[in-house]
Design a protein around this ligand. Structure first.
Ligand code: NAD
Length: 479
């Protein structure tokens, strides 16, 4: 008898319990030796007063088991509730979110029969750091964080994934024509790491035209790597154009803990009706088995799932008169997969995972380089509801030596000097103070802030301005 592999399982909310029961039924009938530790997460836990939707004791179960198979959950509406998924991903450092999107033509209708892509989504940073502020009644800020370390980890993972799975190309999507510092950093690191993989083709697309291409001709892509938000959106697009959002599973990989889930949500409107397609969670379970190095079991389940799809046994979301033979519910679909255990598909390629070791997860970082960092000024944000001309009347003559006003902008558009009268202004103003290109000190900045406060300016935010090897580490104003 083999030792049982301990895994944590959460049944989730909405369609979660139905698709989880279906998936576990297949795993059990396939004879995978799993020891299941059920954990409670999601809506009920939120409503019991845990703001992250997870009970404190659950952390230890997740730490002590070898993988976490998770059904989708519902995040209650309203303030005060933090996303459980983001909390688990960031707490355990699940930095790589791997989302294969594959067409199963001609058995599942799709406009893209040759599609076979893997989206590798950065999973810990970007706008998902969840750091948001309101400093004035009518304006909100969300902080987009991109780090060298976070970018390196995910980009290297994508190249390693490509290498180990014999994929030919890695494509990076960013919006670095606009976000030159944050997305620019991601793109630069992509260029650096790509040099270490000369046998894998690499390319970069601006995310907007890249998305258009992905929706139109996904077969030109192979492995794609991108920051968190773009990856979240594009993996739903990828799954949907391959046939259904209900088809794709995902692996959230960290150095110690890993979590596996369908890419879709809890679809509350479909809950409790035995309607939902369990395939996304079945695919997640296959990814989990690969992670656990249960290659034969993974292949057996995947081949029986492919056979079921080939036989035209389809849930409502992929059912089409032309391609389907039998419309089934969640449970009946799982039964059909169980019946097919041991069968191989006839037309779709039979899978064999024996050689497909998962990418190693601990990588050395690129060496630190000596960077000269110099403080050269400060941006001070103000709340002022008057008007551009009244605000400028107050701030422009303000004597603040040795820090002088060099720029006033509103939502990034230049208002002074040489502003344009048509620029629409809101109640938040950014004023840049610097000392004629000289270095400045923290004390000079504090003195400036003290004098601004003495003069009753309403300061809402302060951002220091640094040069890095003489290059500005801050954006200039548009206009
Ligand atoms: P959703 O993915 O839950 O559902 C959108 C639509 O997609 C559904 O109405 C349904 O038509 C279809 N669909 C999704 N999964 C399907 C399946 N397995 N079979 C058949 N059809 C399926 O997105 P939503 O409605 O925006 O979100 C609902 C809830 O899910 C929200 O509370 C959201 O926060 C949560 N959510 C959870 C996760 C997660 O736990 N990983 C991810 C995304 C959204």
């Amino acid at each position: 008898m083999r030792d049982e592999i301990p895994i944590a399982v959460a049944y989730g909310d909405g369609i979660g319990p139905e698709i989880m029961s279906a998936t576990l039924h297949i795993l059990e009938e396939a004879g995978v030796p799993l020891k299941i530790h059920k954990v409670e997460i999601g809506e009920k836990v939120y409503l019991k007063g845990h703001p992250t939707g997870i009970e404190p004791a659950t952390w230890n179960t997740l730490r002590q088991t070898k993988a976490f198979l998770k059904a989708p959950i519902t995040t209650p509406q309203g303030g005060g509730f933090k996303s459980l998924n983001v909390t688990i991903r960031t707490t355990f450092g699940l930095y790589a979110n791997v989302r294969p999107c594959v067409a199963y033509s001609p058995f599942i209708a799709t406009k893209h029969p040759k599609m076979d892509i893997v989206i590798v989504r950065e999973n810990e940073e970007d706008l998902y750091s969840g750091i948001e502020y309101k400093h004035t009644p009518d304006v909100a800020h969300s902080l987009k964080i991109i780090s060298k370390q976070g970018s390196e980890k995910i980009i290297r993972y994508a190249f390693e994934y490509a290498r180990r799975h014999n994929r030919k190309k890695v494509t990076c999507f960013t919006k670095d024509n606009i976000m030159k510092l944050s997305d620019g950093l991601f793109h630069n690191i992509f260029n650096e790491i790509a040099k270490e993989y000369p046998h894998i083709e690499n390319e970069h697309w601006i995310v907007d035209i890249g998305t258009a291409k992905l929706a139109d001709t996904p077969e030109i892509f192979d492995v794609l790597v991108m920051p968190n938000l773009y990856g979240d959106i594009l993996s739903d697009v990828g799954a949907q154009i391959s046939g259904s959002v209900g088809l794709a599973g995902s692996a959230n990989i960290g150095d110690t803990v890993s979590m596996f889930e369908a890419i879709h949500g809890s679809a509350p409107r479909r809950a409790g009706q035995n309607l939902a397609n369990p395939s996304g969670l079945i695919q997640a379970a296959v990814l989990m088995l690969l992670h656990l190095e249960e290659y034969e079991n993974a292949a057996r389940i995947q081949n029986s799932w492919l056979s079921t799809i080939e036989q035209g046994i389809h849930t409502y979301d992929i059912y089409k008169n032309e391609t389907s033979k039998q419309k089934v519910g969640t449970q009946e679909f799982a039964e059909a997969v169980v019946k097919n255990l041991g069968n191989n598909p006839h037309t779709l390629p039979i899978v064999s995972y024996k050689e497909k070791k998962q990418p190693v997860t601990a990588f050395p970082f690129l060496p630190e380089t000596n960077v000269k960092r110099e403080l050269v000024g400060v941006d001070v944000f103000f709340y002022d509801k008057t008007s551009a001309s009244l605000f400028l009347d107050k701030i422009v003559p303000f004597d603040v030596a040795p820090l002088y006003l060099t720029l006033v902008s509103n939502r990034g558009a230049r208002i002074w000097p040489e502003g344009q009268p048509e620029t629409f202004c809101i109640e938040e103003w950014r004023c840049r103070f610097a000392n004629k290109g000289n270095l400045v000190t923290q004390f000079e900045i504090l003195k400036l802030l003290q004098r601004l406060a003495d003069a009753s300016f309403d300061i809402t935010q302060v951002e220091n301005l640094y040069l890095f090897n003489e290059e500005p580490g801050f954006s200039s104003a548009q206009g």
